[in-house]
Ligand binder design. Structure first.
Ligand SMILES: [Zn+2]
Ligand SMILES: [Zn+2]
Length: 134
């Protein structure tokens, strides 16, 4: 008998015949098939997750940026200008993104506003910017 340098161990799957490989002759093809199935399943799951993340990519990036902006700038900037301390509830685009879509994720184009300032800005400043630029 030729020494292989490997110590025979019981098959990992059936715990039966001693083998120098991981599985015995009977279990080897079964284990291989199971492994292939697991990889296929994992890839399918991965694709599903990736697919939905791609679909949500835009809004989740915005959600994160918006939350980060409100955490860093918790007060309404318009109210601060007139000396009022009001908690901001929305992240607004200084230049509206329908005029400048490339500035959607631009931190310099963000400001924190309270709900009423945001509504007011939509009717006044944004309208003026649209008329000037659009
Ligand atoms: Zn076996
Ligand atoms: Zn305000």
């Amino acid at each position: 008998m030729v020494a292989t340098g490997k110590i025979p161990k019981p098959c990992r799957r059936c715990n039966g015949p001693l083998t120098t490989e991981v599985y015995c002759r009977v279990c080897k093809p079964i284990a291989a098939a199971n492994a292939a199935e697991r990889i296929t399943e994992r890839n399918a799951r991965h694709d599903r997750i990736r697919g939905s993340a791609r679909e949500r990519g835009y809004s989740s990036t915005w959600d994160k940026l918006s939350k980060q902006n409100l955490a860093e700038n918790p007060l309404c900037v318009k109210c601060l200008e007139i000396g009022l301390t009001v908690a901001a509830t929305v992240t607004d685009h200084i230049i509206p993104i329908d005029v400048a879509p490339e500035k959607k994720f631009d931190k310099d184009n963000l400001m924190s506003l309270c709900t009423s300032c945001n509504t007011l800005k939509g009717k006044t400043t944004d309208k003026a910017i649209r008329e000037a630029l659009g």
